[in-house]
Design a binder for this molecule. Structure first.
Ligand code: AMP
Length: 181
């Protein structure tokens, strides 16, 4: 029987209740990454609309965005930009505070990672409230990037992240959605 992409991905994602704290259903993509067919299909699907268009760079959010973004960059013959937790990047950086469920954290990008006008795809494994991705959008735009789209394997639509990015005029593309937190 032919399994749909959706079923392949959903069955490759492991669900861990009450991690990292009670009430959160953690969507673990390590099982998807470890499944050659599911990993390949996810990357193929994410890059598909942009094959043949000129994408300069993929910006991945630490840490799972590095894995997915690295594979996408290779496939699209684009460069890769790491967006990292503060204090990890060795050269001059731009920094932004972003909201977590409780409180704030900061993320950074190298100042010379992008040149004005470059076409960039932003990527992470999952979008929940959108606070993390919003911070990354601010960094990229501050350095003059044109954000073509923000891509995520997983959407948690009830948490409103997609709507938050769309309100910033960032198109959003996700492969599967789950109810709840
Ligand atoms: P947010 O800033 O609320 O959109 O959260 C997105 C970031 O937190 C991503 O880097 C995700 O990997 C991680 N994250 C948030 N919620 C979950 C969840 N339920 N399962 C796995 N990762 C999550």
């Amino acid at each position: 029987m032919h399994t749909t992409l959706h079923d392949t991905l959903v069955s490759a994602i492991r669900n861990i209740p009450d991690y990292p704290k009670p009430g959160i259903m953690f969507r673990d993509i390590t099982t998807l990454l470890g499944n050659a067919r599911a990993f390949r299909r996810a990357i193929d699907e994410l890059v598909h609309p942009y094959a043949g268009s000129k994408i300069d760079k993929i910006a991945g959010i630490e840490a799972r965005g590095f894995i997915i973004g690295g594979a996408m960059a290779h496939q699209l013959s684009a460069g890769f930009i790491p967006i990292r937790k503060k204090g990890k990047l060795p050269h001059e950086t731009v920094r932004v505070a972003y909201s977590l469920e409780y409180g704030l954290d900061e993320m950074e990008m190298h100042k010379d990672a992008v040149t004005p006008g470059e076409k960039v795809i932003l990527v992470d494994d999952l979008i929940a409230t959108g606070g993390t991705a919003e911070g990354a959008v601010k960094l990229l735009r501050q350095m003059g990037a044109e954000i073509v789209v923000a891509c995520f394997v997983i959407d948690l639509p009830e948490l409103g992240g997609r709507a938050k990015l769309e309100a910033l005029d960032v198109p959003v593309r996700t492969l599967v959605a789950f109810e709840g937190h």
